[in-house]
Design a protein around this ligand. Structure first.
Ligand SMILES: Nc1ncnc2c1ncn2[C@@H]1O[C@H](COP(=O)(O)OP(=O)(O)OP(=O)(O)O)[C@@H](O)[C@H]1O
Length: 962
């Protein structure tokens, strides 16, 4: 009996992406929930009709109850069942198949609900029925089948056998006896799935996943057995590639996904157009696996997931069209049932009867052949026929039941064949065998190709690496060569610089020697000059002093010899002594008075002289002070010079000529000011001297005046003499007349004469003292002038000394420079030596590098040869391995299951008994409320309900995160 595929359409709510792009709901579902229209679509104006349409608000439970629950019943009735979800990325396939949220269990999807229902059904069934549940989990990624329970197997072949139908060879299947165990299997499988981010779904399935549940049930009463196989398929997104923003690997995936989905479309088209004979199941792995689900032995439900949004209306219409086409696929589902023993017995009996019939038929035929061979004839009515043989055998013809195949629970007679080109049974068998072999070979070859590609890739990488290494080395080599060249150039330069430096040093040495010689000469000259200067200075000084004194004293008569006038004056006094006897008294008195006046003047002169002496002392003091100042100045100058030299030594980079010039200017300024001071002081002294000279001239004037007085006195004395002579003549008469008065007069004169003489003597003494004092003063002045000259000389000397010290300084700087140059030369020599060493080392290094490059090149060649030989070896080994592969696969299948698997169950069948009892007396099945009896079951459900608060769409319901 044929049955159509059940097509259920489910719309999800608009997502944020659609809302962001201004999408609005464009879906109009009729009241019966069977017809849907995409409003405003330019592509298709009509309506789509399906078995049932669910809107965005449909709950998971409601959806499951209507669309899939019956499939569980079908499987329990021995049918194959398939549920697969089709739709664009993000349309809700995984949401529907697996679910999103498990906190309250309402968001669980189809697969967990099915698992729960299966175990509930087992629990509810009579305990005379024994169940075994087996699951497997695979994905088709890039047209290769990966075992999600053993992901190492990523290119499994698809086989088809008459007895088993289409199956994936080597796919690991696991016996499960409880919901937690199923979840454990799903957890492991889901963690191995390949997902990626696309514009339309953050966690998009990039592969088609197929979860397979095999349920075998055996009625312990009559021995009848049924097998139901359930395919739960979550297809990859069927969107247009452009809209997903896919590129690179994802784009490649998308192309492959599209290829398998278009193969699915082609299969559906072929199955539904009513014309095609050949159905292209073999065009893709997906269609090949789902072969029995599409147009074969299966009760199939297709869920088409769609977006309600205007943003995705084109994809929605495409999906709806797909669903519409699929709706008309007709399957021929049959119960996969094994015969009961009674039926088998009847079958055996009939077979035996048939055997007897055949034997008698053969005997009859042989008899007839014998007659013919012996030349006899057999009339046509006596020809041996099967009916006659049966009649002779006396047994009825057996029922046309085919013999069961060995090793199969289900009679292969009941298994529908893959719709294909009509072939005879044995031909078909042969064809399938051959196809399986070829498929195996193909898978092996594919695996080999993959391995070889990997090896080739590795080798290419290695070659690339070696090439890069070689290039890097040659670049390095080049760089080293350049470095060496550079070093050589540097070495040449350094040698050249060294030579130049040597020459410069030689030059400096020569100039230094010359300077030293010049210095010695200058020193010599200076010494000689200073000696000469000392000698000539001393002589000159004395001479100058004498000259000056002479000049000065020329103005003053230092001989203290009375000049003619004075002598005359003295004589006059003498005469006066004589004449006084004769002259009248009034004149002498007057003279005496005048003399007294002069004495007073002399006293005053003495006082002035005393003042002059004091002034002179002060001048001397000043001179001493000046000398002291001069000494201090000299000391300061030397200190300054020392300091400046020290500073200059400290700051070697200062321009010495500038500094010396500056120093010179400073010193000159200082000396200028000091000289000006000295000159001022000298001027002052000169002024003093002038004053004194003035005073002196005053004195001279006084002397002259005195002379004049003397002359006047002389005149007077002459007059007196004359008058005395006249008087004498007259008085000779009178004296004779008055002898007493004459005697008195003579006494007076005598006294006067004496006092006059005394006064004269005193005056003479005073005059001499004054002259001496004046001489001394003149000497002092001359000494001062000489001291000034000396100071000038010393100043000049100091200047010369300064020049000399500059020279010394220059010499010191030169010596320093020479020392520096010597150290530079030493450094250069050291550098040169080092460079030579480095050059030798670099050359050695270069040699070593070249050797290394040679060896690497040799290694490269060697590696390439080795690679070639390894390739050959590998190919031969591969051949051997191929032979061993079959054996090792079998071994591996058994060992990996125990060794590498995370699952600690599943290899041993755990029969479950209906009614809550397990065959081995340890119940471990789901109860009616979807919960599981026993520790494992309850813990599993608690895992479901106590999953993390923010689960992701694929993992949350299982209570783990990927
Ligand atoms: N009926 C629904 N109700 C609420 N949310 C839904 C529904 N269907 C899908 N979603 C949400 O839409 C998002 C995408 O859904 P899902 O991942 O199931 O799409 P998909 O078709 O499996 O995509 P892909 O093909 O890329 O794997 C998820 O966040 C999911 O929770």
């Amino acid at each position: 009996m044929s049955n159509n595929i059940k097509v259920i359409c489910r719309f999800r709510p608009q997502n944020s992406n659609e809302l962001k792009h201004g999408g609005v709901p464009v879906i109009e579902i009729d009241d019966n929930n069977e017809t849907v229209k995409v409003v405003g679509s330019s592509e298709f104006k009509g309506a789509f009709t399906f078995d049932r349409i669910f809107g965005s608000a449909t709950s998971q439970e409601e959806f499951f109850n209507y669309s899939v629950r019956s499939t569980v019943e079908d499987v329990f009735n021995g049918y194959n069942g398939t549920v697969f979800a089709y739709g664009q990325t993000g349309s809700g396939k995984t949401f529907t198949m697996m679910g999103a949220e498990t906190e309250d269990g309402t968001l669980r999807g189809v697969i967990p609900r099915m698992v729960e229902t299966i175990f509930t059904s087992i629990h509810e069934s009579p305990n005379t029925i024994e169940y075994t549940v087996k699951v497997s989990y695979m994905e088709i990624y890039m047209e290769r089948i990966r075992d999600l329970l053993n992901p190492e197997n990523d290119n499994l072949p698809i086989h088809e056998e008459r007895s088993r139908g289409v199956y994936v060879k080597g796919l690991r299947d696991v016996y499960v006896s409880s919901i937690p165990e199923v979840y454990e299997v799903m957890k492991q499988g889901s963690s191995a799935r390949i997902v990626a981010y696309t514009n339309m779904n953050a966690e998009s399935s990039r592969s088609h996943s197929i979860f397979v549940i095999n349920i075998t049930q055996k009625n312990l009463n009559d021995g009848k057995a049924k097998v139901g196989r359930l395919y739960l398929v979550d297809l990859a997104g069927s969107e247009k590639v452009g809209k997903t923003g896919a590129s690179g690997q994802v784009l490649e995936e998308a192309k492959k996904i599209n290829k398998s989905l278009s193969a699915l479309g082609m299969v559906i088209n072929t199955l539904t157009d009513g014309k095609s004979i050949h159905v292209p199941y073999r065009d893709s792995k997906l269609t090949r696996i789902l072969q029995e689900s599409l147009g074969g032995n299966s009760r199939t439900t297709l869920i088409i997931n769609c977006s309600p949004s205007s943003y995705n209306d084109a994809e929605t219409i495409s999906t709806l069209r797909f669903g519409m086409r699929a709706k008309s696929i007709k399957n021929k589902a049959k119960v996969n049932q094994d015969l009961s023993p009674a039926e088998l017995k009847a079958l055996l009996k009939s077979a035996k009867a048939q055997e007897i019939s055949f034997k008698s038929y053969i005997g009859a035929l042989e008899g007839e052949v014998k007659i013919w061979r012996m030349g006899g004839t057999v009339p046509p009515e006596q020809y041996a026929t099967l009916e006659r043989a049966r009649a002779i055998g006396g047994r009825p013809a057996p029922a046309a039941l085919p013999a069961p195949s060995i090793g199969s629970i289900i009679s292969d007679v009941l298994r529908p064949m893959t719709p294909a080109v009509a072939l005879a049974d044995d031909e078909r068998e042969e064809f399938l065998k051959r196809e399986n072999e070829l498929t195996d070979q193909l898978a092996e070859k594919e695996t080999e190709i993959i391995d070889l590609t990997k090896v080739t890739q590795e080798m290419t990488d290695e070659i690339q690496y070696l090439r890069e290494e070689s290039t890097a080395l040659s670049i390095e080599n080049k760089e080293v060569g350049q470095d060496l060249q550079h070093i050589k150039i540097q070495l040449d330069r350094t040698n050249h610089a060294n030579k130049e430096a040597n020459i410069t040093i030689e030059g400096y040495k020569l100039s230094n020697a010359e300077i030293a010689r010049e210095l010695a000469e200058a020193k010599q000259k200076v010494t000689e000059m200073s000696l000469q200067q000392l000698d000539t200075g001393a002589v000159n000084k004395q001479k100058l002093k004498e000259e000056k004194m002479a000049k000065m004293m020329s103005e003053i008569d230092p001989s203290f010899v009375l000049n003619k006038d004075e002598q005359e004056l003295q004589a006059a006094f003498q005469n006066l002594n004589i004449d006084s006897n004769t002259t009248g008294r009034p004149t002498i008195v007057a003279l005496t008075q005048r003399l007294n006046e002069k004495v007073k003047e002399l006293t005053k002169f003495q006082t002035d002289n005393e003042d002059l002496r004091r002034d002179n002392e002060q001048l001397n003091q000043k001179y001493t002070d000046m000398l002291a100042k001069l000494n201090t100045l000299e000391l300061e100058y030397e200190e300054l010079l020392d300091r400046t030299i020290a500073e200059e030594e400290e700051h070697g980079d200062i321009d010495i000529t500038e500094t010396i010039q500056e120093l010179k200017n400073r010193l000159e300024a200082q000396y200028g000011s000091k000289r000006d001071q000295l000159i001022d002081e000298l001027n002052e002294t000169k002024a003093d001297r002038d004053v004194k000279a003035h005073e002196n001239s005053n004195l001279r004037a006084s002397v002259l005046e005195l002379k004049e007085i003397g002359a006047e006195l002389k005149n007077q004395i002459d007059e007196l003499r004359t008058s005395t002579a006249e008087a004498a003549a007259s008085e000779s008469v009178s004296s004779s007349t008055d002898p007493a008065s004459l005697a008195q007069r003579e006494r007076d004169i005598e006294i006067l004469k004496k006092s006059m003489m005394n006064k004269l003597k005193e005056f003479d003494v005073m005059r001499k003292a004054m002259m001496r004092d004046l001489q001394m003063r003149c000497e002092k002045i001359i000494e001062l002038e000489v001291a000034l000259d000396e100071a000038r000389d010393e100043n000049n000397m100091l200047r010369r000394k300064n020049v000399h010290s500059v020279q010394q300084q220059k010499t010191a700087i030169l010596e320093k420079n020479i020392a520096q140059l010597m150290s530079i030369q030493k450094e250069l020599v050291d550098q040169n030596t080092n460079l030579k060493k480095e050059s030798a080392m670099a050359e050695r290094k270069l040699g070593a590098r070249n050797e290394r490059i040679d060896s690497l090149e040799a290694l490269l060649l060697d590696t390439q040869e080795k690679m070639a030989s390894q390739r050959q070896k590998y190919e031969t080994q591969l051949q051997i391995l191929k032979e061993k592969l079959g054996q090792s696969r079998n071994v591996k299948a058994t060992t990996t299951s125990t060794m590498s698997g995370i699952l600690n169950f599943g290899r041993i069948a755990k029969p479950l008994r209906g009614g809550g009892g397990s065959a081995n007396g340890s119940p471990n099945v789901a109860n009616g409320s979807g919960e599981v009896n026993g520790t494992n079951g309850s813990s599993a459900l608690s895992t479901i309900t106590e999953s993390p608060a923010t689960p992701n769409k694929r993992t949350s319901w299982l209570g783990w995160s990927r």
